[in-house]
Design a protein around this ligand. Structure first.
Ligand code: ADP
Length: 529
């Protein structure tokens, strides 16, 4: 299951990547403006990043930043698309300039007409041009927010990252790998770094989508993949930068290289040992949580049983059947005695038996009434966030089975409240389970359940559970909270929501549903603080 904290962390990383790309662009421009070649080519004999490329990175970073939120406003999306298109166009111009001399204004001097940039005739590498086209296409695909296109963007970013490893290794070996094959100069070191940042940003911006979502999982698998990706993100750039920065009179290139190789081996071994420890701890915590959950489930199911009116009804029928049948038997015996002309004395015994059985029936009814009498909620002070987490824990296996990602957006501002935790968990469990059930009707890529908690107005907290299922038809919407309304045939009882509503109302809150057919449903309830 996707863990919200991990997901938020990865999204934050994507944001940092976007800002860092802009920063790299800014630093290189600063270098050009102040004649500091170290900032745009690092070493005299290395390829450089041109001001045009630096400008493009600022746009690319901005586009990456703009596409991040889960729900994009039309304006934001448009801005991101314009920037991405700009990047693609620049890449194409850079590419064309290799075969056709383009007017200076097109590539550089016009765009960067401020005289500060004393442009050299050198161009960005072919490789950089192609990388711009691919990266900005990836950003454009992200902005369309279609799961399949997001996957395409993520995979192409991943492949570019793999290709960048070659570039960084090239710097480590003092061999321009691109030039080896094409005789054209390859990518500059700052350029490769900026592309690596954008690549990771593209993967992380919508990581909850598709293959890479495993990075946000809370299981041990998520932990392992996060660490492996972390290593993969750091090592290639370090391999590129350190030899270039460290080589001096004493530290020859060979020495730096062997030093880096040893550091790499040590780091990998330490990471694996660290992982092993973390996994062991996770496993211990998981067993513990599982035991707690099982205990909880028993408690919940006992309550569900008690509250299930269907079971009550059959229980009542069963219990009452015996005395009523006995009453009927004794009554017919009386009739037989009367018609046989027996004297009244003989009737006293069956009549007493009838009285006893009738009293027994009324005792059964009295007992049942005390059992089903609405108990006031047993309230304790509780953290709503924890209550939600525990309830969702119980839906884990069915959400996993149906491939429904559960997302959480829990506002820290929600205060602790006095509630009957078991009852409120039952409400959340029921609504989430309904949402998961509703997902069966739609394709796997579109399935998603979002649980939000927030403060809608002072003195209240609200929990809203939205799904991307088929929604609820208008005529059913008014009736879903009535008892015995179900569309699940023999798999449903139609009791869940009516029970949820009485629990929420007993807490002084309100439960309602909003739904557009075809657009999913949102069940929301409020509770007083
Ligand atoms: P049950 O789940 O046993 O049918 P409920 O009272 O929990 O009983 O739900 C009543 C009905 O409301 C369901 O049968 C279903 O038709 C509808 N319903 C509930 N939640 C959703 C949802 N998230 N999306 C679509 N329909 C829903």
């Amino acid at each position: 299951m996707i863990n919200v904290q991990h997901l938020a962390f990865l999204h934050r990383l994507a944001n940092i990547m976007a800002l860092s790309v802009m920063l790299v662009g800014g630093i290189v421009l600063f270098g050009w403006g102040n004649h500091l070649p170290a900032l745009y080519r690092v070493n005299d004999n290395l390829p450089m990043m041109t001001p045009v490329a630096a400008f493009s990175f600022i746009f690319t970073g901005a586009a990456l930043f703009l596409v991040q939120p889960a729900k994009l406003s039309a304006l934001r999306r448009l801005a991101a698309q314009v920037l991405a298109f700009g990047g693609i166009a620049l890449g194409i111009l850079m590419l064309l300039s290799y075969w056709h001399p383009l007017p200076d204004q097109w590539l550089g001097r016009g765009l960067v007409s401020l005289q500060v940039f004393n442009l050299s005739p050198e161009k960005d590498s072919l490789q950089t041009a192609v990388a711009f086209i691919l990266t900005c296409t990836g950003l454009f695909l992200l902005s369309l927010q279609r799961p399949i296109l997001i996957s395409v963007a993520q995979w192409s970013a991943f492949i570019s990252l793999m290709l960048l490893v070659t570039v960084f290794f090239g710097f480590a070996h003092q061999e321009d790998m691109f030039a080896v094959f094409t005789h054209e100069r390859g990518m500059a070191l700052p350029t490769a770094t900026a592309f690596a940042l954008v690549g990771w940003g593209i993967i992380l911006a919508k990581v909850e989508n598709g293959f890479f979502s495993i990075m946000a999982h809370d299981a041990s698998s998520g932990l392992v993949v996060r660490w492996v990706m972390f290593l993969m993100a750091w090592f290639p750039p370090l391999l590129g930068w350190l030899p270039v920065l460290l080589v001096s009179d004493w530290l020859t290139h060979t020495r730096v290289e062997s030093l880096l190789a040893s550091v790499m081996v040590v780091a990998i071994v330490l990471t694996i040992i660290h992982l092993a420890y973390r996994l062991e701890r996770e496993e211990r915590l998981r067993t513990q949580a599982q035991e707690e959950a099982e205990q909880h489930q028993t408690e919940l199911s006992r309550m569900v049983n008690l509250n299930t009116m269907g079971e009550m009804a059959s229980g009542i029928a069963h219990e009452l059947n015996q005395p009523l049948a006995a009453v009927a038997n004794y009554a017919s015996a009386c009739q037989r005695l009367l018609s046989a002309g027996e004297d009244a004395q003989r009737l006293s015994e069956p009549l007493r038996a009838i009285q006893q059985q009738a009293l027994r029936a009324s005792e059964i009814i009295r007992r049942l009434r005390t059992l089903v009498r609405k108990q006031p909620p047993h309230k304790t002070h509780a953290c709503l966030e924890q209550v939600i987490h525990e309830a969702l824990h119980l839906t884990k296996s069915s959400s996993r089975k149906l491939n429904v990602p559960l997302l959480l957006e829990l506002d820290d501002a929600v205060p602790d409240i006095a509630i009957d935790t078991i009852q409120i968990q039952q409400v959340i469990l029921n609504i989430v389970q309904n949402a998961i059930d509703a997902m069966q009707a739609i394709p796997i890529q579109r399935r998603q359940v979002l649980v939000r908690s927030f403060v809608p107005a002072e003195g209240w907290v609200q929990v809203a559970i939205s799904d991307t299922g088929p929604g609820i038809a208008e005529e059913l919407k008014a009736r879903v909270f009535e008892a015995f309304v179900t569309t699940k045939g023999k798999h449903g009882m139609g009791i869940g929501l009516s029970l949820c509503r009485s629990i929420i109302e007993a807490h002084g809150g309100r439960l309602w549903v909003e739904s557009e057919p075809g657009q999913g449903a949102t069940f929301a309830f409020t509770l007083p603080v």
